[in-house]
Structure formats: structure tokens, C-alpha cells
Design a protein around this ligand. Structure first.
Ligand code: NDP
Ligand code: BG6
Length: 515
């Protein structure tokens, strides 16, 4: 009985055929080839995340036997030069299994590079011919195009790839990275342009937070346990906090960041996706469409936001004894008078029977005191608590709290009130604690590994549907517009602090103390 033993569970030895649980027919790869095209392969994301994840999938035997990966970008590189470029980012981090070096070499031999322009069909046609060369002895060729490029060229690439490089003997799937527009209008335009070349079925819009272990587990936690779901409503939950904080600034990405700001970069997508999964009704089944139907209902039930619900901040430089931490405006790629928010907290309300009146407080910030992402669920007071006068029981702090720590150090814990063992009756808050590193031994897959594997398997559960994005932009566009048109000045906060004081006032207004 696994639950009764204290031995850690070995993750690497567990069954990974989860796709069948979600109603996905496993593909028969015995006569099929897979070609993955990483468009923008010379860029940061490709090197940092996409190739290492593909290597990890290969290493663990999750990619079909006949696969090749084609890097595509304008930069001129030979296959050998490209292999050198990416090889530094590949690691044998999964476990210290034998022959990792050999596997890496075998993987790199499957990585090819093709230089071309993004709006040039004949460059894509030549790429397609090269792919046909490595796919030739298979009955079917399935192709994945990963658009790891700035959104300004998404539509050109989608058009060229679909007209000149799609497979005719198998399926074609396209992974699209965020940002999906800057507001409702630009999102709708992008979406309508992309739909000229791609069907909804072919499109996999990635939000890598949905690929994180603890986020995928949210549905399991809620719907595979009896104890949580009955409490999952306004009747017992006082507030929900979704917190994202990073202990580093936008150094090196200021140029991109200044165009977007923290609301578009993190809140409108990653945190809002978490809220919709957290708050949705039980789906009819685990089918992707059923889950996304429920998520979109939550998004569409949200009360319109006003500026009273939002606090924005921007980090400023700070001197410590040993170093000088730069402010956002010290970044040379940021305009010196930028009002771009690097911090925001937002109070959301879901106007439905389950959540009416419960504040969902979202907070995201760069250059804060720590790096963490958490969901904190604070429960109501125990009515008529018999122990209200006992030593150690501060009623305000003694409400139960469920914490889902997404990263780092993944954990789920429930704060409970407990008698301090011994004579007498003193109470204290303590934790029922499921810390993953203590319970599970082995490697947790990176979000990108899970999501890329889902694309190979055709599992869309963790990808975002068009109408979800539409609802998300409808919610945030008015306040983004107001912040920009009225040039709302962000409250400054020191690098490495807990963020602007205004955020505490916002929480206090809703009777919440940030966790
Ligand atoms: P990059 O800015 O590094 O761009 C990727 C490649 O696209 C570059 O190597 C370059 O290749 C080409 N490129 C860059 N700018 C232009 C341009 N203006 N016109 C044409 N081609 C251009 O992006 P990232 O790799 O950082 O990110 C890729 C995508 O993923 C983006 O949409 C980004 O928003 C998103 N993303 C990135 C994250 C990250 O951590 N980096 C996190 C989440 C999302 P070449 O010049 O060789 O053609
Ligand atoms: C990206 C944002 O989507 O997520 C970045 O653009 C942010 O600004 C990153 O740093 C955080 O991702 P993770 O997985 O490191 O928490």
C-alpha cells in the first residue's frame, strides 16, 4: 500500500502512458515518421527550453523511432555549427543513467538546421524537401511546427509553412507561443489571420504554466478526493491567492518586457489560467473540450475589472552592502521614463453561484524578495470555535489554509490547528505536509517536456482554446487601456522587497492578508 509507506515513490519508474486516461488514442508510429520544425531555432527559448525538453523526451524513450528535428531561422549555420550551438544547453539531468553522452550524440545527429526567411515560401518548400528526405521510407509523415519567434511574424510563418511545408500523408500541428496579442483587438486580428492558414484543430497555444506538475495535479486534487470538493466554494473558502514572484528583474529582456508589462506577461495568461482551472465546475469528462468548456465559463463569469481592483508597481534600484541592484529603468533597453508595471496585484471576482463574493487575489512581480509561485486557499473561521480562548490560538491566523506550491520545492500542505503534545491544552498551527522531494524520488519533468509530448500525442487538454483567450482579453483590455491612456504611475518598490505597499491595502480592503 503506497499510501501507508514512508518510502519515496520512484518517479522514473512510473507508468507514463497517461494519455489513454484522457481518451487519446495512442498513435501507431510503426509506419510513421515525426519531423519537428523549430522555427526561430537560433533564439533564446529554443536553446533554453525546446531542445533540452526534446532531448529529455528522447532520452526517456518518449519520441517515436523515426524522428528528426529541423531548426529553422534566418541566421546562417551549418548542421554542425547548430549542433554545437545547442549542445551546451542539453543536460543529462534526468538521472545519472549510463551512456548519456552517447544518447546526446545520437540525439544531435537527429538535429538538422535549415536557414531561411520567415516570409519566403520557397525557403519553406526547400525545408519540406529536406524533411521528405528523412521521412521517405515511412508511410506517413507527421509534422510539428513550433513557432518560437516574435508574434509579429507568426502569420507569415503559418502561411508559408501550411502552403509550402505541410505534410500530405500525415497530420500537421503548430505550437504557438505567447504573447497572443496585446489586447482584445490585436488578439482577434492575430487569431483571424492565423485561421486563414491553420484550423483550430491544428493549433496548440502554449501556456507553459499549464504544463507544471502541480497545476496538472489541480484537477486530480479536486476531483479524485472526497475531502476537498465539498469545501470548494464560497461557503467555506474566504479567499484564494495566486502568487507569482521572481527574485530577479527583467535584465536582458527589458526590450520585450517594456512592450507588455507584468499584467500581459504573467497575470492575463499564467495566473488567470490557474484561476480558471481552480474554480471550474467538474467537467463532463477529462476530454480536452469538456475541460476547456468549463474553464471558459469561469472566465466569462468574471466581474468586469476596475482600477479600484488593481495596484501596479515598478522596481527601483537598491544598494546593498556588497552590490548595487539595478532598477527597471537602469536597463538600457528600457525608455528612461517608462511607466511599465513590473508588479501588479489584482482582485478578481467570479459572479457565479459557487464563488459569489470570494476575492481571488492575483499578485505577480519581478525583482521581489523571493522566487515562488503558489496558490493559497484561506478557509473561513470555525463558527463558535470552542478553543477561541486557548493560549496560542490567534483566531485571525488560525483559519485553515491550503497551500499548493507550484515552485520551487513543489508541495501541497494544509495548515491545521493542533494541540501541542503534552500536558495542558495549548494549540498551535501546524502543517499536514506533502513535500514532493520527500515523497517522490526522481525527476519532475519540465513543463515544456510535458507539453511537447502532449502535442506529439494530440492531447489538447493543457493548451488554450481561442475562446479562452478571447474571454481573458475581454477581462483585462479595459484596465490595460486605462493604465496606458491615463499614464497611471506605478508605485516604486525596492529591488528585493515584498512589493508596493498599495498591494497590502488592496488585500486588506478585501479582508485578506497576503500569504
Ligand atoms: P527571440 O527574440 O530570441 O527570437 C527567436 C528568433 O526569432 C531569433 O533568434 C531570431 O532568429 C528571430 N527573430 C527575432 N526577432 C525577429 C524579428 N523582429 N523579425 C524576424 N525574426 C526575428 O525570442 P525567444 O526565443 O526569446 O522567444 C520566442 C517566442 O517565445 C516569443 O514569442 C516569446 O515571446 C515567447 N516566449 C519566450 C520565453 C523565453 O523565456 N525566452 C518565455 C515565454 C514565451 P534569426 O535572426 O536567426 O532569424
Ligand atoms: C514567462 C514570462 O512566460 O514566464 C517571464 O514571459 C517569466 O517573464 C516566466 O519569467 C516564468 O516562468 P517560470 O517557468 O520560470 O516560472
Amino acid at each position: 500500500d503506497a499510501a501507508s509507506t514512508s518510502d519515496p515513490l520512484m518517479l522514473d519508474e512510473m507508468d507514463t502512458t497517461a494519455s489513454t486516461v484522457y481518451g487519446i488514442q495512442p498513435e501507431d508510429w510503426s509506419h510513421a515518421a515525426l519531423s519537428v520544425v523549430v522555427v526561430g531555432a537560433s533564439g533564446d527559448l529554443a536553446r533554453k527550453k525546446i531542445y533540452p525538453s526534446l532531448f529529455a523526451l528522447y532520452y526517456e524513450g518518449h519520441l517515436p523511432e523515426h524522428f528528426h528535428i529541423y531548426g529553422y531561422a534566418r541566421s546562417k549555420m551549418s548542421d554542425t555549427e547548430f549542433r554545437e550551438y545547442i549542445s551546451g544547453s542539453l543536460t543529462c539531468r534526468l538521472s545519472e543513467k549510463d551512456k548519456c553522452g552517447d544518447k546526446m550524440e545520437m540525439f544531435l545527429q537527429r538535429c538538422l538546421y535549415h536557414a531561411g526567411q520567415y516570409a519566403n515560401k520557397s525557403d519553406f518548400a526547400t525545408l519540406s524537401e529536406r524533411m521528405a528526405g528523412t521521412e521517405q521510407d515511412r508511410q506517413r509523415a507527421n509534422r510539428i511546427f513550433y513557432l518560437s519567434i516574435p508574434p509579429s511574424i507568426f502569420t507569415d510563418v503559418a502561411a508559408c509553412a501550411s502552403e509550402a511545408a505541410s505534410s500530405v500523408s500525415g497530420w500537421n500541428r503548430v505550437i504557438v507561443e505567447k504573447p497572443f496579442g496585446r489586447d482584445l483587438a490585436s488578439f482577434q486580428e492575430l487569431s483571424s489571420e492565423l485561421s486563414k492558414s491553420l484550423s483550430e484543430d491544428q493549433m496548440y497555444r502554449i501556456d507553459h504554466y499549464l504544463g507544471k506538475e502541480l497545476i496538472e495535479n489541480l484537477t486530480v486534487l479536486r476531483f479524485a478526493n472526497l475531502v476537498f470538493e465539498p469545501l470548494w466554494s464560497r461557503q467555506y473558502i474566504r479567499n484564494v491567492q495566486v502568487i507569482f514572484s521572481e527574485d530577479f528583474g527583467t535584465e536582458g529582456r527589458g526590450g520585450y518586457f517594456d512592450q507588455y508589462g507584468i499584467i500581459r506577461d504573467v497575470i492575463q495568461n499564467h495566473l488567470l489560467q490557474i484561476v480558471s482551472l481552480f474554480a471550474m465546475e467538474a467537467p463532463v469528462s477529462l476530454d480536452a473540450e469538456d475541460i476547456r468548456n468549463e474553464k471558459v465559463k469561469v472566465l466569462r463569469s468574471m466581474r468586469a475589472l476596475s482600477m479600484d481592483d488593481v495596484v501596479i508597481g515598478q522596481y527601483r534600484g537598491r544598494k546593498t552592502k556588497s552590490t548595487k541592484l539595478p532598477g527597471y529603468l537602469d536597463d538600457k533597453t528600457v525608455p528612461p521614463d517608462s511607466l511599465c508595471p513590473t508588479f501588479a496585484s489584482v482582485a478578481l471576482f467570479i459572479n457565479n453561484a459557487r464563488w459569489d463574493g470570494v476575492p481571488f487575489l492575483l499578485k505577480a512581480g519581478k525583482a521581489l524578495a523571493s522566487r515562488r509561485a503558489e496558490i493559497r486557499v484561506q478557509f473561513r473561521h470555525v463558527p463558535g470555535n470552542l478553543f477561541r480562548n486557548r493560549l496560542g490560538l490567534d483566531l485571525d491566523r488560525a483559519t485553515n489554509e491550503l497551500v499548493i506550491r507550484i515552485q520551487p520545492d513543489e508541495a501541497i500542505y494544509l495548515k491545521i490547528n493542533n494541540k501541542i503534545p503534552g500536558l495542558g491544552l495549548n494549540l498551535d498551527v501546524t502543517k499536514l505536509d506533502l513535500t514532493y522531494r520527500d515523497r517522490f524520488e526522481g525527476h519532475l519533468p519540465d513543463a515544456y517536456e510535458r507539453l511537447i509530448l502532449d502535442v506529439v500525442n494530440g492531447d489538447k487538454r493543457l493548451f488554450i482554446r481561442n475562446d479562452e483567450l478571447d474571454a481573458a482579453w475581454r477581462l483585462f483590455t479595459p484596465i490595460l487601456k486605462e493604465i496606458e491612456e491615463k499614464k497611471v504611475v506605478p508605485e516604486l518598490y525596492p529591488y528585493g522587497s515584498r512589493g508596493p505597499v498599495g498591494s497590502h491595502y488592496l488585500a486588506a480592503k478585501h479582508g485578506v492578508r497576503w500569504g
